[in-house]
Design a protein around this ligand. Structure first.
Ligand SMILES: NC(=O)c1ccc[n+]([C@@H]2O[C@H](COP(=O)([O-])OP(=O)(O)OC[C@H]3O[C@@H](n4cnc5c(N)ncnc54)[C@H](O)[C@@H]3O)[C@@H](O)[C@H]2O)c1
Length: 431
């Protein structure tokens, strides 16, 4: 089939490239000319493992454009993969979605508009009404929410747990299902509103689990239990499962924070106070800040202390820094008067970092003269951070492991003071 994609971001590029790899002809449109020029020149503007190679492999079936006419011409299916960032009110900003809908040209052919962007429940109904008011009865509408995770996006596309298809016309849903031929999965056929809710509810459920295990970790710290052992014991219960039980410094990224907030606001706008999600958000905010308390416990004040933040991306194997804990931590530490050094192996766009942060090109550089190292992102490169070289470089050998990446015993035996999240706490180091 001929597929048009709106948005050459994480979702649009992965979706378009994977559909091209399944044999479809794909045109991807973005409104940022530099992004399209880079893609045409073989440069991929985001970091996603395997994506660059897959784009190169399918170059003959992939076209990149800034022009709406190119993406709509001859297309059987149009995917909306534009951003839906949070507004100041916590609702989703749908302006990019509406631009796509409003710009769709009149056409006599049947085309199916597929919403992959994460949108509030009720958006499909509003889009359907808007299309009908413009006489675009030939444009079908399908909600097909995306569940891929950055860092494993290609394999998530190829091996999805399920594909959710919410359609007004069953035939339009059939078209979307047929597009996925070659992928072995369960298709959940739904009404549009339920499909929209599946996405928001799934992300909310994952966020609940993260905040839950983080609170268990905080109680473990006060009572002498070890959260990794507790998570293992919980996860073996078949009713619970082992995923999303890793304690840490809170969730970030472009999806969980905004989708949880969007669902809370959606409920509020409909007259329901979603108490549980309000707590999940609050727990997550506080979790990021606990690192500051741990630093202060060991160093006294962090004023004029050099703190190395290791990892900027919100998780490994991506360069995405949207809502990353590193942003909150660096801003809080700067506000406390600390000298903040940061390192990340892939993040290149540092525009979101607060002014005053020193960016280092290696872990060693970040650790030179540091009073503390904080593992913010569990990059593989950091597994060996507690080395003799690091011990010699640091002014105070303190490691705060925000991701429980390291083995406490080994790190302490190497001469460091170590604190993870929800793990037995060692003696305080004097700064
Ligand atoms: N990133 C993820 O892991 C992920 C996973 C599941 C769902 N989602 C959802 O998918 C959507 C896209 O997310 P993303 O991370 O890919 O966003 P992104 O910000 O990386 O990419 C969006 C792209 O859309 C482009 N754009 C904006 N208006 C446009 C228009 N009118 N026509 C064409 N392109 C336009 C932007 O320039 C940008 O390149 C969001 O709703 C998000 O919540 C994201």
């Amino acid at each position: 089939m001929r597929i048009g994609i709106f948005g050459a971001g994480y979702v649009g590029l992965v979706t378009g490239t994977c559909f091209a790899d399944l044999g479809h002809d794909v045109t991807i449109r973005d409104i940022v000319p530099a992004r399209v020029e880079a893609l045409r020149a073989g440069r991929v503007p985001i970091y996603e493992p395997g994506l660059k190679e897959l784009i190169a492999k399918n170059a003959a079936r992939l076209t990149f454009t800034t022009e709406i006419a190119d993406v709509v011409r001859d297309a059987d299916v149009l995917f909306v993969c534009v951003g839906t960032p949070p507004t100041h009110s916590g609702d989703a900003d749908l302006s990019a979605v509406w631009t796509v809908v409003d710009e769709l040209p009149q056409d006599d052919r049947r085309v199916v508009l597929v919403m992959k962007s994460t949108v509030p429940v009720g958006t499909g109904a509003k889009v359907r009404t808007a299309l009908d008011e413009r006489g675009l009865h030939n444009v079908g509408y399908v909600s097909n929410p995306e569940f891929l995770a950055e860092g494993s996006a290609l394999s998530d596309f190829r091996n999805p747990d399920r594909v959710v298809i919410g359609a007004y016309e069953a035939a339009d849903g059939d078209v979307v299902e047929r597009l996925h031929q070659g992928i072995d999965t369960v298709f959940v056929r739904a009404d549009v509103a339920s499909a929209e809710m599946v996405k928001l509810a799934a992300n909310a459920a994952l966020a609940v689990r993260i905040s839950f295990i983080n609170e268990i970790a905080n109680v473990c710290e006060l009572t002498g239990a070890d959260v990794n052992t507790v998570a293992l014991g919980i996860g073996l219960d078949h009713r619970l499962g082992k995923h999303f039980l890793r304690a840490g410094i809170g969730f970030g990224g472009s999806c969980f924070p905004k989708d949880v907030s969007a669902l809370k606001q959606l409920a509020g706008n409909a007259g329901y106070h979603f108490q549980l999600l309000a707590s999940v958000i609050e727990v997550n905010e506080l979790q990021k800040r606990r690192v500051i308390g741990k630093l202060q416990k060991h160093l006294g004040t962090v004023r004029d202390k050099r703190v190395a933040l290791l990892g900027l991306a919100f998780k490994p194997n991506t360069d995405d820094m949207r809502e990353a804990p590193s942003l909150v931590l660096s801003a809080r530490l700067l506000a406390e008067g600390a000298d903040v050094r940061v390192w990340d192996p892939v993040v290149e766009d540092l525009g979101q970092l607060p002014h005053g942060v020193v960016v280092c090109s290696s872990v060693e550089e970040a650790l030179d003269g540091a009073d503390a190292a904080v593992i913010v992102t569990e990059w593989d490169e950091l597994k060996s951070v507690a080395s003799a070289d690091a011990l010699a470089r640091m002014r105070t050998p303190l490691i705060i492991d925000g991701r429980n990446l390291l083995d406490p015993e080994t790190v302490r035996a190497a001469g460091f003071t170590y604190e993870g999240v929800g793990r037995a706490v060692g003696p305080a180091v004097s700064a």
